[in-house]
Ligand binder design. Structure first.
Ligand code: NAD
Length: 367
């Protein structure tokens, strides 16, 4: 058999490397340990701007391909988020496969920490779904490449106040474009999800005089928003039919979809949730054609990654907040780029993130 044939055969039989090629992922580490039951994948998408950083998600995937697809998608998302936020981090992510309730224990987490350590700092982990700051402490026993540690361990603690601050300033920049002023006083805002970020956001915008409508599946979170900030409760079946100015998704992804877009009466969508557009291309274009200004989620919610970035440098909340404040300008620049190029805002955000990586790659090539 000729060499060419071997290459072609191995590529067609190897869906992993083919998948890595689609979005130009740099490296994947597959981790297995029979003793602890650990099965994990660490994906490094891009390290042009700096070491890759992204949380570890513990999830009971249906199969390994589903886990691989998730980690490839999420790690790429981190590259774009950090690039647009102007921080010197690349994109990475890890997934641990299995039921966290059954599998998660000290030995498994420390074994995972050893795998993270083996990458020598090319990947820095943090919290994500089903991982707590206590779990980060376990991982930290085996590696220094961990961020998002509790304040008691010298870490940055809960990132949600910084994330909420970033959402607030992004909402102001969006309002400036949509309404001619960045003052949110009198604006009617629907906040879906009064969790850690949502409640801080409600505090910021009600202080500025916005009228907040709130929905959360957890009754006590609604009660907090209503009692503390005079928000008005709205039921799940009515919320997308309200007459509002701004929709702030702060709970789940994919809430900007065919159904909600046929009902939503708002001028701006700006919130903390990840992956708000059910189908990025389709719904990103649909919001534009409907005249709704969509502030791209990964730009809006970058306060979380900004917060852990400053932990790597010796944490200082003032510096993290001051950097998060720049999300105002980033949002504004993206909106203006989208307008000038007549493209959807999500595409403008991707373009700006890609431009920064391309320009720094050129500098790296010189050194
Ligand atoms: P959280 O878990 O504290 O809050 C989520 C809230 O949403 C909870 O109160 C929950 O009851 C509610 N919720 C769940 N399902 C719902 C539904 N179907 N309808 C309405 N409410 C529902 O999470 P968080 O830290 O506030 O994060 C909110 C969102 O922002 C998430 O999508 C998260 O991925 C994203 N995000 C958070 C940060 C951060 O710093 N915490 C950073 C970046 C992105």
């Amino acid at each position: 058999m000729e060499v060419k044939d071997i290459k072609e055969t191995s590529l067609s039989l190897n869906p992993v490397i083919s998948q890595m090629g689609i979005y130009d992922h740099e490296q994947i580490l597959f981790c297995n340990d029979n003793a602890t039951g650990l099965k994990a994948i660490i994906a490094i998408h891009n390290t042009v701007l700096g070491p890759s950083l992204g949380g570890t998600r513990f999830w009971n995937y249906n199969n390994e391909m589903e886990a691989l697809t998730d980690v490839l998608r999420l790690s790429r998302g981190m590259t774009y988020k950090s690039s647009a936020a102007g921080i010197n981090l690349g994109g990475g992510k890890a997934v641990i496969m299995g039921d966290p309730k059954k599998l998660k224990n000290e030995a498994l987490l420390r074994r995972f920490g050893k795998f993270v350590n083996s990458l020598g700092g090319k990947y820095i982990t943090a919290e994500d779904v089903a991982m707590s700051s206590r779990d980060m402490e376990m991982i930290k026993m085996e590696t220094d490449y961990v961020s998002g540690l509790p304040v008691t361990m010298g870490g940055s603690g809960d990132p949600s106040p910084v994330t909420a601050y970033g959402v607030h300033v992004s909402m102001k920049a969006s309002a400036k474009e949509a309404f001619g002023s960045d003052n949110l006083s009198g604006k009617k805002v629907l906040v879906q999800g009064a969790g850690n970020v949502g409640l801080h956001l409600i505090e910021h915008i009600t202080k500025e005089g916005a009228k907040v409508y709130v929905y959360d599946i957890t009754e006590e979170r609604v009660k907090l928003a209503v009692d503390k900030y005079k928000a008005e409760y709205v039921s799940a079946d009515k919320m997308f039919d309200l007459d509002i100015d701004i929709y702030a998704p702060c709970a789940l992804g994919a809430t900007v979809n065919d159904d909600t877009l046929s009902r939503l009466k708002c001028s701006v969508i700006c919130g903390a949730a990840n992956n708000q557009l059910a189908d990025e291309k389709k719904h990103g274009e649909l919001v534009k054609s409907k005249g709704i200004l969509y502030a791209p989620d990964f730009v809006v919610n970058a306060g979380g990654v900004i917060n852990v970035y400053y932990e790597l440098e010796g944490y200082n909340r003032e510096r993290a907040l001051s950097h998060a404040e720049k999300i105002y300008d980033t949002t504004w620049n993206i909106i203006q780029t989208a307008k000038t190029q007549n493209i959807p805002t999500y595409a403008a955000a991707n373009y700006i993130a890609e431009q920064r990586i391309a320009s720094i790659a050129k500098i790296n090539a010189v050194m």
